[in-house]
Design a binder for this molecule. Structure first.
Ligand code: PGA
Length: 252
């Protein structure tokens, strides 16, 4: 269901004590706000998920994971399964983040398996797509994003597809301080929605939540979120500071 959402991707940051402090401050801040039915998702490092879900029980945010292995259990040293996430009340999991594609060589087939494993266990994938700077400069950004969607998502049936969240994250904007302009974000979000409409129909495309990610902060969030096809943000660096993150949530 289409919903305005701000999701915080903490990446590999914060000690346990710092994480507990940040999450408690955010929970307190959200208590003071009128969220108007909008969603807030926090994706801390996996070690802190149980602490986060405990706090979330009494708060207005939900918890997401940053990663998952596409099997329910087994001999996969170091990995975390979608079943484990589900049993800890984790509702979401980021899939296809450019850092995982780049540093961990995760390819489209592996991401597709993650999407399937998550949906099988009732965890919603937040599927990231986006082009690099050379790809944009060569004019290939629409094709790259479309290919990413086709390769890892378009095998889904309509019922499963309608559960997912998409995050458009141009790689050149992630952690760089250079965000996509509101026009660039809107243009790509509209393109994504149009392609999904072609595959799954207008109703499913209109009902899909598409987040923007990449140097989104308290200064640019309102402008980005005001675009008709931008339904909120996936926030990295700016999700690590309570006040800034709460201001981004207030920009929905
Ligand atoms: P950033 O990261 O907000 O620090 O650019 C976004 C992301 O990687 O999800």
């Amino acid at each position: 269901m289409r919903k305005k959402i701000v999701a915080g991707n903490w990446k590999m940051n914060k000690t346990f004590e710092e994480a507990e402090e940040l999450i408690t401050e955010i929970a307190d801040g959200l208590d003071e706000m009128d969220l108007n039915g909008h969603g807030v998702i926090l994706c801390p490092p996996a070690l802190y998920i149980e602490m986060a879900t405990d706090v979330a029980e009494e708060s207005l945010f939900e918890v997401g994971a940053q990663n998952v292995y596409p099997a329910d259990s087994g001999a996969f040293t170091g990995e975390i399964s979608p079943l484990m996430l589900k049993k800890l009340n984790v509702g979401y999991c980021i899939v296809g983040h450019s850092e995982r594609r780049k540093y961990f060589q995760e390819d489209a087939l592996f991401l597709k398996q993650k999407v399937d494993a998550l949906l099988r266990n009732g965890v919603i994938p937040i599927f990231c797509c986006g082009e690099t700077l050379p790809e944009r400069e060569a004019g290939n950004h629409f094709r790259i994003v479309e290919d990413q969607l086709i390769a890892s998502l378009f095998h889904l049936d309509a019922a499963d597809f309608s559960k997912i969240i998409i995050a458009y994250e141009p790689v050149w904007a992630i952690g760089t301080g250079v965000n996509a302009t509101k026009e660039q974000a809107q243009e790509m979000h509209a393109f994504i929605r149009e392609r999904i409409s072609g595959k799954y129909g207008v109703a499913i495309a209109q009902d899909l939540t598409i987040l923007y990610g990449g140097s989104c902060n308290a200064k640019n969030a309102a402008e980005l979120f005001s675009q008709p096809d931008v339904d909120g943000g996936l926030i990295g660096g700016a999700s690590l500071k309570t006040e800034e993150f709460l201001q981004i949530v207030a920009s929905l």
